[in-house]
Structures are given as structure tokens and as C-alpha cells.
Design a protein around this ligand. Structure first.
Ligand SMILES: Nc1ncnc2c1ncn2[C@@H]1O[C@H](COP(=O)(O)OP(=O)(O)OP(=O)(O)O)[C@@H](O)[C@H]1O
Length: 256
């Protein structure tokens, strides 16, 4: 792992619509780590990710990525927004990725030879070469999710920000996509921050947990944060962490 912090926040306060969402957050994300980002609805997970993209201003404090100030349009950062359902029409998976390269929104994108090679490499990275020629409308939710992940890999980012990439997937696909993300991140040496509501599919995938609750942040290794007492305190509700005989860890609570 690199020594430099991928993300560093010193006393960061974020506000949106005139309302403070996060206050005086101090945290450091080690480069090369896989961070699971959790918190109740409205806790500020999307706001935090968008601040890392430079889309939400930092009200006070300092936020840096790999030691540099946050800037908009940073090619070193890949982003998959929440609930992004590609409206495919006649477009194929390959067209979807190509549009990410060229920034085109309508029509068939024109891509250079280098761009095509990058698209193929991204498709192969998520084992989706066979999906590239299929129309988006004919793909399952899990297959589309794979293509969206491939799209975030364009430009070979060092940091991947994924906003609920497992949402709307069945439990088997959730796990499959989570394991795929870990594999791709390891192979490419990327730092990943992945928000989710369900902790269980990310067990064994993430090495760090970042919880945002009531305007505050708590970050730590999985075995320190994913415990019944710590999660119960964070969520203000009874949370159980069960260790199955298979070694799997299941987290359950009302509303979690
Ligand atoms: N554009 C906006 N204008 C005003 N308030 C906003 C705006 N966007 C978000 N908020 C508010 O900021 C708070 C944090 O929202 P955010 O979307 O970051 O939460 P979240 O943790 O991602 O939630 P969820 O788990 O429901 O997706 C919420 O109270 C939300 O209503």
C-alpha cells in the first residue's frame, strides 16, 4: 500500500441547502484501502462523496485527495452516482462506455483507437466483454451494474467513489458485484469508497468502515467498528452482528 492518504479531512464542515450535514469531520483514508461508507438515510453519504468530487463546497476545514486540493473534473477520481439506470434505447454496453469517454449524451459516440482499447480493457476488467455488444435494455440489473462499474474505470482513476452500487441487486448479485469490485480495486491498486445500506455483502471485501451519523464521522478497521455495541451506539438502535459457522458475518437491525 502507498503511504500517502488518499483522502484527508481536517475539521471539515459540509452544508447543503443552507443546512449543515457534516461538522468538523477529521479522517484519513489510506491509499489502496477499500472503505465501506454507511449511515442512516440523510446522514450525508452522497454529500460527502460529492464534496470529494468538488461538487459540494467545503464550508470550513480542509479536504485533500492524495495531498492535493479537491478539484472538479479530476480524472484521477471515478464516480458512480446513486440509482443511475442507463436509459439505453438502441445503445449497446460498448456505446455506454464510449459515451463516458467522449462525454456525449446523444447519438452514437465516435471514439479514437486508443479510446476503443480503453473501453475494451474496462469491459474485460469487470468480465463484461460479452455484454459490450448487447443492448442496454436487454440486460439484467446486475449486468448493467457491471457496465456502470466498467465506465468508472475509464481514465484509470486512483480513487473510485461508488454511491450505493449494490442497491436493487439480489443478495447473490450483491455479493458477486462486491467481490468483483474488490478484485478490480486490488488489480488496479485503486482506493475505493463505496456507500451501502447493507453491511453484510461488503464483509471480507472492505478493510475500513466509515460511518456517518448525526453529522459526525467514525472511521476504523472492520473488526473494531462492525460490532453489535459500536453499531448500536452509532445507529441509536439495537444492531446485531452474527458470525455464521461458514465464517460469514451478518448484520441485522430494524431499518438497517
Ligand atoms: N440539493 C439539496 N438541497 C437541500 N438539501 C439537500 C440537498 N441534497 C441533500 N440534501 C439534504 O442533505 C442531507 C444529506 O443528504 P445525502 O443525500 O447526502 O444523504 P445520504 O446519506 O446519501 O442519504 P441516503 O442514504 O438516503 O441516500 C439530507 O437531509 C438531504 O435532505
Amino acid at each position: 500500500m502507498e503511504c500517502e492518504a488518499a483522502v484527508s479531512c481536517h475539521d471539515v464542515t459540509l452544508a447543503i441547502g443552507g443546512r449543515t450535514v457534516l461538522s468538523d469531520v477529521c479522517l484519513s483514508v489510506e491509499a489502496g484501502s477499500f472503505v465501506g461508507l454507511f449511515g442512516p438515510n440523510g446522514a450525508g453519504k452522497t454529500t460527502f462523496l460529492r464534496a470529494l468530487l468538488g461538487l459540494v463546497p467545503v464550508l470550513s476545514g480542509e479536504m485533500t485527495l492524495f495531498g492535493a486540493s479537491v478539484t472538479r473534473g479530476n480524472r484521477g477520481v471515478g464516480y458512480m452516482p446513486q440509482s443511475r439506470t442507463p436509459n439505453g434505447g438502441m445503445l449497446t454496453g460498448r456505446d455506454l462506455l464510449a459515451s463516458g469517454l467522449s462525454g456525449e449524451k446523444w447519438g452514437l459516440p465516435r471514439v479514437s483507437r486508443e479510446g476503443s482499447a480503453e473501453v475494451e480493457a474496462a469491459l474485460e476488467a469487470v468480465d463484461a466483454a460479452s455484454l459490450g455488444g448487447r443492448r442496454l435494455g436487454s440486460l439484467s440489473g446486475g449486468e448493467r451494474q457491471r457496465l456502470l462499474i466498467a465506465q468508472t474505470l475509464l481514465g484509470s482513476p486512483r480513487l473510485l467513489l461508488l454511491d450505493e452500487p449494490l442497491a436493487s441487486l439480489d443478495p447473490v448479485r450483491m455479493r458477486e458485484v462486491a467481490l468483483l469490485l474488490r478484485e478490480v480495486a486490488r488489480k488496479r491498486g485503486m482506493t475505493v469508497i463505496c456507500s451501502a445500506h447493507d453491511i453484510s455483502p461488503l464483509m471480507g471485501v472492505m478493510d475500513t468502515v466509515l460511518c456517518l451519523v448525526r453529522g459526525r464521522a467514525r472511521i476504523g478497521p472492520v473488526d473494531e467498528v462492525v460490532t453489535g455495541p459500536v453499531l448500536s451506539e452509532l445507529y441509536g438502535a439495537q444492531v446485531e452482528v452474527c458470525h455464521a459457522p461458514s465464517g460469514r458475518v451478518l448484520v441485522s437491525a430494524d431499518g438497517l
